[in-house]
Design a protein around this ligand. Sequence first.
Ligand code: ADP
Ligand code: MG
Length: 409
Amino acid sequence: MAKESPLDGIFESYLKGPAIFKNRDVLRPTYVPDNLPHREEQIKRVGVILAATLKGGTPSNIFCYGKTGTGKTAVVKYVLKHLTEKIVEMGVEAPAVSYVNCGIVDTNYRVLAQLSRSLGLDIPFTGLPTDEVYNRFLEALDKKPRLMIIVLDEIDMLVKKSGDSVLYDLTRINTHLKNSKVSLIGISNDLKFKEYLDPRVLSSLGEEEIVFSPYTANELRDILRERAKMGFNDGVLEEGVINLCAALAAREHGDARRALDLLRVAGELAEREGASKVTERHVREAKQRIEADVITDTLKSLPLQAKLVLYAIFTLFKFKGDNVLTGDVYNVYSDLCKILNVDQLTQRRVSDLINELDMLGIVNARVISQGRYGRTKKIKLAVPRKVISQTLDEDYRLQGLSDYVPNIQ
Ligand code: ADP
Ligand code: MG
């Protein structure tokens, strides 16, 4: 007889339990549905511009922007898919299409390397000067006449991390090409992104600007209904579940990704419980779970200096209780920098970092007047201490701080 395993019960009850999902994958953010309700206008605009390709023309550059989860990536992928199908149907030569997610491929070198590889070039992961990669790309592209459509998704991430030199090169590449042409589609989640751009880059990239506004609760409901029909078995969603997901995500800047995540995670929680229906309680639990994950991700991705400021605030809470003032934070922060041998920022910069932590929802900083001593800020932690200590403890760079005790009068 086979040995018993702690998994036996789990697999058995999973198999016997009621099936919640018909197809879980259609609820994941990477899935692009065949129908995108409430984005007809944006689809048409991208479509009209790219239609130039069908008669051998070069489409204008396009710049799409809007908050996360407003359907930018889905719309662009949708139009490119249908364009390619049409071109294949017509039997003419298809443009080379290259999609780069600059949230992942986030240096100028790597963007050019990926574009070059999409033309069949063999580019090492590091080692060449960036200019050299650019020249090789240019040469390969110009070997025979063709159109290349380049999608730079999450382009704000690339520019924030590595500057706009690649964008600058790509927006002027057509003046260096003799035979071929490039059309760019830039997508940004950051509405203020335009302010960081060199005006010359902006005027070229933004030949056509398309804005994606947040979805309303009603629009999210339509999106969720369509997806739920494909993703869930009939009758497993209790009345009100879709409305609640839509309402919660509408409050969260009209984010369709968040709405779909809520629905999928609620389904997973119901499935794990062996429940036969997904209820509003599952949605509320899903919300808590997703929010906790977002906080952890935000904390993990803070730069070292911001983590030190947070560490200082956290330490003061631990030893002093909830009367934490900006000046105390700066003193403790300075100690921490000395212990770790890290450059110390000015009080002004630390105050900016406290504001940033406030904007991220990690702390609450309130201005209070101290009479003739002027104004200062009183700071509170806005997320559970345990979450903060766990994340900070995981960062090996902060390990030298575990014995630190602040000197408090
Ligand atoms: P963005 O690129 O603006 O951050 P996405 O295009 O990635 O947003 O959309 C996030 C998620 O929501 C994806 O799963 C996408 O398929 C879905 N989605 C967005 N808009 C719609 C829509 N109008 N209809 C159906 N699904 C949508
Ligand atoms: Mg996107």
